[in-house]
Ligand binder design. Structure first.
Ligand code: URA
Length: 248
């Protein structure tokens, strides 16, 4: 088992993750800084990124104290079309390629995680956070946080076709939870899910004979997308607490 997985299983945290969350150094510099001996833990140089730490551990980077007390930050990005969730070997731009140039120097020091994923052709609200607990909260099948989508389908779609979605349609990986579904206009379906399985909206609408032509996510929990395509804004603590139901 990797050292990171071991620390995670024990409910613990490790140095590079905690420093990334704290915005101590830009993520691309972090591991090199630790390896170069620029980081001290309780006064001693530590060169292992997976060294265990807690919120109370005293850490310095280049002699400057860094608080590891958890502070949750979150961003909303209006994901444009044609952008993939992860770069890797895909030549198309990733959500990180879109996000990072939009951030100021202070924001770029944090390690940002996408909160869930949207398909390459889906547009709309994608959250990012420095706090993996918020990722877990929003994406966990146990939380049932509502995610609202608008899908363009055939103009012949009828309200009656949406009824199985309200009842809980059967998918190839089991029944979907009953969803709110309504026709917003000819060929425009609003669908609110309280779970987030792979390609779920497309699969649910496909199951009732309405292949999705375009898909947009406009809300997560009580948070409604309010920036233009390709733009980002930071959420307030109150939004994270009230709209996403996370934290104290
Ligand atoms: N459901 C889908 O089918 N695709 C998405 O991108 C999000 C939800």
């Amino acid at each position: 088992m990797s050292a990171a997985r071991e620390a995670n299983r024990a409910g613990g945290d490790w140095l590079s993750r905690a420093l990334g969350r704290a915005g101590a150094l830009p993520p691309e510099e972090l591991e090199a800084a630790i390896a170069a001996g620029r980081v001290r833990v309780e006064g001693k140089v530590v060169t292992k990124p997976f060294a265990p730490v807690t919120e109370a551990t005293r850490v310095t980077v280049d002699g400057v104290p860094v608080s590891l007390a958890r502070v949750t930050r979150a961003l909303m990005l209006h994901k444009p079309q044609g952008v993939v969730a992860e770069g890797g070997r895909d030549a198309r731009p990733s959500v990180m390629d879109v996000l990072l140039p939009l951030l100021d120097a202070g924001q770029r020091r944090f390690g940002w995680h996408a909160v869930g994923r949207l398909d390459v052709d889906t547009t709309g609200l994608l959250l990012f956070t420095n706090d993996e607990r918020l990722v877990e909260h929003v994406t966990s099948p146990k939380t049932h946080l509502a995610k609202r989508y608008v899908a363009k389908v055939s103009e012949k779609a009828t309200d009656a076709q949406l009824q199985p979605l309200r009842d809980g349609v059967m998918l190839d990986d089991g029944p979907a939870r009953p969803a709110e579904a309504r026709l917003r206009g000819p060929g425009m379906v609003e669908l609110t899910l309280t779970e987030g399985r792979n390609h779920q909206v497309k699969r649910m609408l496909g199951a009732v004979g309405l292949p999705v032509l375009q898909l947009h996510r406009e809300a997560v929990g009580g948070l409604v997308l309010d920036v233009g395509a390709g733009a980002v804004r930071e959420l307030s603590d109150a939004e994270v607490r009230q709209a996403l139901g996370f934290g104290g």
